[in-house]
Design a protein around this ligand. Structure first.
Ligand code: SF4
Length: 181
């Protein structure tokens, strides 16, 4: 079967293998998204959001520099978000996805359910208050700060000026040691 970009069918699980409710959440719901059960997105400032599409103006769900990820995972905002998603309520954190879908685009929400929908059984362990105690993120999205990016840029510029170094003259040109792992 050709890859159907806009299809909401999960790619790693058949909808025959899931319950009616789970199938509804993955393919028909307008609010459900699997991300709050599998993922957190933290910026270099430590400010954490449910994902990189989430509305920043709504404020972070926690800060990884001042609190453990495990606490952020079940912060009040994350619990509310899970409750809203399971009850088909809109949550202001996810406005961007709603707008994308209303405009006919394939949203981050739909993409998440399609590619990570095989974790759908997790919703069954969600407590009434929205907490989900299995802290096991399956999707890591690591972003580096501008400091790391600027260092790469500086090294790249340096090589443009000096030429790509050979293994022998690397240390001479950069003043850095080659460390073997
Ligand atoms: S619905 Fe959109 S904004 Fe909300 S958690 Fe999912 S991908 Fe992120």
């Amino acid at each position: 079967m050709a890859y159907d970009y806009n299809s909401t069918e999960p790619v790693k699980i058949s909808t025959d293998q899931v319950s009616k409710k789970q199938k509804y959440l993955l393919t028909e719901s307008k609010r459900f998204c699997i991300y709050p059960w599998i993922h957190l997105h933290a910026y270099p400032t430590g400010e954490a959001f449910p994902c990189c599409h989430a509305e920043m103006k709504e404020g972070p769900v926690g800060n990884s520099k001042t609190e453990p990820l495990k606490d952020i995972w079940n912060s009040e905002k994350m619990k509310k978000l899970r409750q809203d998603m399971l009850n088909e309520n809109p949550n202001s954190m996810c406005t961007r996805c709603y707008e994308q879908e209303e405009s006919g685009f394939f949203s981050g929400r739909q993409s998440a359910n399609k590619h990570h929908g095989h974790h759908i059984e997790r919703v069954e362990s969600t407590k009434e208050d929205g907490s989900y105690d299995k802290f096991a993120m399956t999707y890591w999205d690591i972003r580096f700060s501008n400091y790391a990016i600027s260092n790469v840029a500086v090294v790249a510029t340096f090589f443009l000026v000096t030429g790509i170094p050979t293994k022998q003259n690397w240390q001479e040109k950069t003043g850095r040691k080659i460390i073997k792992h």
